[in-house]
Design a binder for this molecule. Structure first.
Ligand code: BDR
Ligand code: CA
Length: 312
């Protein structure tokens, strides 16, 4: 039986590739995509999410638009990384399927209350605003979510939007704090892991030479997406963040990590959004998240290539 998941996302090229991987994987049942403001405003992330489903041959996956801005802070976006559209690179057709009329936060709450407790997993690829709002609206969902698998944070690798913070957590640290304090089992995929998953020229070529449309589209997205990080880090390729969330669900043995306490900095402007990881258990704070620290990058890209080659 396939695992029911909701993907909460702000596409984003790496979000798009994560969605491709989920759609291409029979082990997963994507019940819906919920969009959030992050890489670009929610109007664009909602448009992009529908384009991605349609190019992957799944216009039937419902897309629900969520929060337009973080809980308390002003929205910070990342057009310098993802381009003006959020999905610069390939030219994808405008979606035929309309956005759902239901608000993403209502959809998340309704789905979790309607499904048997402990069955639905949340995969989060952007700021945690929608999940924070859902927890505020219906606190009972915390014990009904099977697990949250989140891309965000960084500890040993430090931050990418500030020296202390990773983008997804920085954009809405207050929502992240609600999530990390809610008691649901969490697997956190931070920069410590994703910076090992580099989109080297050789790995990107494997997508470019596929005889379908999603393979070359993946390569074109990566060509655009990696240029910013290649300049920044001086590496062959950039880190491929969000697909690690889906890959962890599919093949957890590709990853290793440790169950520790993660607390979110929401007070200091200097370190706002930092994920403070108690790796050596030096506090009595409860162990609330499995923090992933390494990935078998070759295995990850093998999985991606194998699955994306099965898409249209
Ligand atoms: C995260 O921020 C976004 O730019 C990416 O899509 C990813 O989710 C990496 O810090
Ligand atoms: Ca993202």
């Amino acid at each position: 039986m396939s695992i029911p998941i909701i993907i909460d996302t702000d596409p984003g090229q790496d979000d798009a590739i994560a969605i491709f991987l989920a759609i291409a994987s029979p082990e997963l049942n994507v019940i819906g995509l919920t969009t959030v403001a992050g890489n670009v405003p929610v109007r664009l992330t909602s448009l992009n999410a529908r384009k991605i489903c349609e190019v992957a041959g799944r216009p039937d996956i419902p897309v629900f638009a969520g929060a337009e801005r973080p809980l308390l802070r002003h929205l910070v976006t990342a057009e310098e990384v993802h381009g003006r559209t959020g999905l610069d690179g390939p030219v994808l057709p405008d979606p035929q399927t309309p956005l759902q009329s239901e608000y993403a936060v209502d959809f998340i709450v309704r789905t979790l209350m309607d499904h048997p407790s402990g069955t639905v997993s949340l995969c989060t690829l952007g700021p945690l605003t929608n999940i924070g709002l859902a927890l505020l609206r219906e606190p009972r969902i915390a014990s009904r979510i099977k697990q949250i698998v989140a891309m965000g944070g960084g500890y040993f690798e430090q931050g990418n939007i500030t020296p202390a913070a990773e983008f997804n957590i920085f954009v809405d640290p207050h929502a992240a704090r609600l999530v990390f304090e809610c008691g649901t089992p969490i697997t956190l995929i931070p920069l410590d892991c994703t910076h090992q998953a580099l989109t080297t020229a050789k790995r990107v070529e494997a997508f470019r030479t596929m005889q379908n449309r999603c393979g070359p589209a993946t390569a074109e997205m990566l060509d655009f997406f990696e240029r910013f990080d290649e300049n920044k880090y001086g590496t062959d390729g950039g880190p491929l963040h969000d697909p690690c969330v889906i890959a962890w669900l599919l093949q957890p043995t590709l990853f290793s990590g440790k169950l520790v306490n993660v607390s979110i900095e929401c007070e200091s402007e200097l370190t706002m959004g930092a994920t403070v990881v108690d790796w050596w258990h030096v506090t009595r704070r409860p162990r609330n998240a499995t923090v992933i620290r390494s990935v078998d990058a070759d295995g990850l890209f093998r999985l991606l290539a194998e699955r994306i080659s099965t898409l249209p």
